[in-house]
Write a protein that binds this ligand. Structure first.
Ligand SMILES: Nc1nc2c(c(=O)[nH]1)N[C@H]1C(S)=C(S)[C@@H](COP(=O)(O)OP(=O)(O)OC[C@H]3O[C@@H](n4cnc5c(N)ncnc54)[C@H](O)[C@@H]3O)O[C@H]1N2
Ligand code: MOO
Length: 404
């Protein structure tokens, strides 16, 4: 039977996904979160006309002839307005951010004046309206400046603060529980016994999830028994995880128990095994609201499957609209052979070319166990099923890997 295509598998993972419910978080914590509602401004900015410069608020008519001598009747600083109307031949000392009284219609910058006791001599002509920021020039109360589903940037936070929001309604962050499986796994820093290997996959997976704004927890390692694997799946449910990510035990071997354990716990498996290299044994299913992504154990396969499927799922649950990886154009830095039936994601180095597309050079060894090559890669070259051989210099499609 033909394996499910990558695009169909991704569609199945994203089927019916809705953004998680909203919660209020303070502004500092709202960075990179996704806004759950349209945000109308609670105020007009600036609320009244304000001076853009340090100088003198005057009536333009009084400085029609230069030089003009005006009598200074008071001072206006930011936050200290003055209830005093200007009469003919009068000026008010004003500083940047000071409220411009209705009676003044221009601000002369102080460099264009000379102070003489209680008088000021204006030496340069200044047009009416100059150096005044009118009320509402930035925005008005009720203006919707941030829309629901905006992915909040640093600049959005200042805007929201300026709109007078101390906290923001955002979609809850997905919680990801990562479970390793395998009798052979020991923790980094210990001395592995015969045939044992150091567990590594989860570190990249949790960091990848956190980098996408998720909360990630480590469920540790389950031994290769049904009891241990099922108990770990129950722990994932009890933790309130939105996504359970398992690594290992996904293939067809006698010790590959993950699918059976998931089914025994009630997970409805949507697919198992897809036309993807690396990552053929990947599986996906649901248990109530918890989505399960069953990754292969090979370190490269687990990371690439998480990158291709877990990342868009996290983004969709977070409420983001830009959930898909960007496929970009590059040229091949070396020849590649014809592809077989699975869609291939070749680990590649990316070099910038001064006059054109970046150059993607697949690393020499693409085996799905090679962590060194994965760590050195900067992009994935995407090869469609059965794509013909392609030569150095020919165009190719790449997805950039995270560089953090
Ligand atoms: N007869 C077949 N054999 C295999 C097939 C197949 O179709 N038919 N598929 C191969 C492919 S493709 C992959 S990918 C692997 C995936 O198998 P599993 O998901 O069952 O992975 P494991 O056997 O548990 O582990 C594979 C490898 O990775 C190491 N591993 C596992 N977990 C971790 C971890 N947390 N950190 C570091 N390394 C880990 C494990 O020790 C193994 O060496 O199956 C092929 N076989
Ligand atoms: O899909 Mo497996 O990841 O080719 O090694």
């Amino acid at each position: 039977m033909a394996l499910m295509a990558v695009a169909d598998a991704l569609a199945a993972v994203l089927a019916g996904v809705e953004p998680l419910p909203e919660e209020a978080v303070d502004l500092e914590a709202a960075h990179r979160r996704v806004l759950a509602r349209d945000l109308p401004s609670r105020r007009t900015q600036p609320p009244v006309a304000m001076s853009a410069m340090d100088g003198y608020a005057v009536r333009a008519a009084d400085i029609a002839t230069i030089p003009a001598r005006l009598h200074v009747i008071g001072e206006i600083a930011a936050g200290r307005p003055l209830e005093r109307a200007l009469g003919a031949g009068e000026a008010l000392r004003i500083f940047t951010g000071g409220v411009v009284p209705d009676s003044a219609d221009t601000v002369v910058i102080q460099e264009d004046t000379e102070r003489d006791g209680d008088d000021v001599v204006v030496r340069e002509a200044t047009a009416a309206g100059k150096n005044i920021r009118p009320a509402g020039v930035d925005f008005h109360e009720g203006d919707v400046l941030l829309r629901a589903r905006s992915h909040l940037t640093d600049r959005h936070l200042s805007l929201a603060a300026g709109m007078n929001y101390p906290d923001l309604p955002v979609h809850r962050r997905p919680k990801i529980a990562v479970l390793a499986t395998g009798d052979e796994l020991v923790l980094p820093g210990t001395t592995p016994g015969p045939g044992q290997i150091v567990l590594s996959n989860g570190y990249a997976l949790r960091a990848l999830a956190r980098g996408e704004g998720a909360e990630a927890i480590d469920l540790g390692v389950a031994a290769d028994t049904m009891e241990a694997t099922r108990a770990a799946i129950r722990r994932a449910r009890e933790s309130g995880a939105d996504i359970l990510v398992t690594t290992g035990g996904a293939s067809v071997g006698d010790h590959d128990l993950v699918k059976r354990a998931l089914e025994a716990e009630g997970v409805e498996i949507a697919f198992w095994r897809i036309a993807l290299r690396p990552g053929k044994p990947m599986m996906h299913g649901r248990l109530g609201a918890m989505r399960v992504i069953g990754l292969p154990g090979n370190p490269v396969s687990s990371y690439i499957c998480a990158f291709l499927f877990m990342v868009p799922l996290i983004r969709a649950l977070s409420g983001r609209q830009d959930i898909h990886h960007r496929i970009e154009r590059a040229v091949l830095g070396s020849d590649v052979a014809a592809n077989q039936a699975r869609q291939d994601y070749l680990r590649a180095r990316l070099a910038h070319s001064p006059d054109g597309l970046p150059i993607a050079t697949p690393v020499g060894h693409q085996d799905s166990s090679l962590m060194g090559n994965l760590a050195a890669a900067e992009a994935l070259v995407v090869r469609a099923p059965l794509a013909p051989a392609s030569s150095k210099g020919e165009p190719c499609a790449v997805i950039k890997l995270s560089l953090s």
